[in-house]
Design a protein around this ligand. Structure first.
Ligand SMILES: NC(=O)c1ccc[n+]([C@@H]2O[C@H](COP(=O)([O-])OP(=O)(O)OC[C@H]3O[C@@H](n4cnc5c(N)ncnc54)[C@H](O)[C@@H]3O)[C@@H](O)[C@H]2O)c1
Length: 325
């Protein structure tokens, strides 16, 4: 049984704990949160040990893998310690706050041999994975142009409202838009040129729109959380291939081609119908997929080769260059 130590029992920690409940061969063995009641809530169904201090969990708990679901500005500090303790570490996205932190994490992973996966969950999201298959297989020809969009109300659920403090979260650019950037880089690599526009007034990095120029295609990505609480969260894309258009909106993937519109069948969800308070996600979907992959690799002591630390560091550095760091 793979024993997991989870640090950070907020919105994402709760999501992960729910996933582990459904992953055969994995067990939540220890949890830590400075809000003890949160740690207790997640520990109870799993019978996990409870810590208020993540450092204490890492020094005392009997775990095989660590999962860091802390606010972003704390990722590097705890992930660096975790890499000294265990051979498998999962870090929520964005992997860190700065390029320097990314380099420290990469260096530590080389030094310790620790295998690290980052929560760039879109790579495990069924409709996006289906798009990647279409692009890689060339079934509809090459991509001509593409647009990705991720828009949301301001995330109000964070501990001490840390998400709305750009100095701790990096704002919508680093927190939200990084999902699309990471996915675009996984599809097409880095663009030849890019140009980004951001909010001139209001909250720092709460809106970003980037045009990326490749040799043979134009790609754009827009991210914002400048929307009122009543506005629905929306993740969408439209990819124009030479012979078809793939469009994802309202949670549904459609393909338009010379024969009309079709709706590719998605894999059956392993777990669905669980609702979570506060955030904008209604089932375990890609979260289950990414953690099931992480646990499988850790249990078999195999390489992590999806959503790697290197991938995530490159994506974060790209976003930092978009916002001018
Ligand atoms: N992959 C996704 O789609 C997705 C979605 C939401 C959040 N996230 C990421 O997940 C991470 C966590 O975000 P969240 O929404 O769960 O935040 P949150 O504020 O809901 O949870 C953070 C938790 O960490 C605890 N905490 C803070 N400092 C601590 C410390 N020093 N030691 C122990 N516990 C501490 C808080 O008490 C809180 O319970 C962030 O990096 C965020 O960007 C990813």
């Amino acid at each position: 049984m793979l024993k997991i130590g989870l640090i950070g029992c907020g919105y994402m920690g709760t999501m992960h704990a729910n996933c582990y409940r459904h992953i055969a061969g994995a067990k939540l063995a220890a949890v830590a949160d400075i809000q003890r009641n949160r740690a207790e809530t997640l520990a109870a169904p799993a019978g996990a040990e409870i810590y208020v201090d993540g450092a204490e969990l890492l020094s005392r708990a009997d775990v095989d893998a660590a999962d860091i679901c802390l606010p972003t500005y704390l990722h590097a500090k705890y992930a660096l310690s975790a890499m000294e303790k265990v051979k498998y570490v999962f870090i929520e996205k964005p992997v860190a706050l700065t390029a320097e932190e990314c380099d420290l994490l990469l260096e530590k992973s080389r030094e310790t041999g620790c295998r690290v996966q980052v929560g760039q969950v879109i790579r495990f999201w069924d409709e996006y994975a289906a798009l990647k298959k279409m692009a890689d297989s060339g079934i509809y020809g090459k991509t001509v142009n593409a647009n990705f969009r991720r828009i949301s109300p301001r995330p109000g659920w964070g501990w001490e409202n840390w998400l709305c403090d750009a100095s701790r979260s990096g704002g919508a650019a680093q927190d939200l838009h990084v999902h699309d950037v990471d996915f675009i880089l996984s599809l097409y690599g880095k663009p030849k040129k890019f140009y980004s526009v951001k909010n001139k007034t209001g909250e720092k990095n709460s809106y970003i729109n980037t045009i990326m120029e490749y040799e043979d295609k134009a790609v754009s990505a827009e991210g914002t959380w400048d929307l009122p609480a009543c506005h629905p969260f929306e993740a969408s894309f439209r990819v124009v291939f030479e012979k078809a258009v793939a469009e994802y909106a309202g949670g549904k993937l459609a393909v338009y081609d010379e024969n009309g519109v079709s709706y590719p069948e998605m894999p059956k969800k392993e777990v669905s119908g669980e609702n979570f308070e506060g955030g904008n996600i209604s089932d375990l979907g890609g979260y289950y997929n990414e953690l099931a992959y992480f646990c499988e690799r850790a249990a078999k002591q195999e390489e992590i080769d999806r959503a790697t630390l290197k991938d995530a560091a490159e994506s974060l550095k790209f976003v930092l260059s978009e916002i001018g760091f």
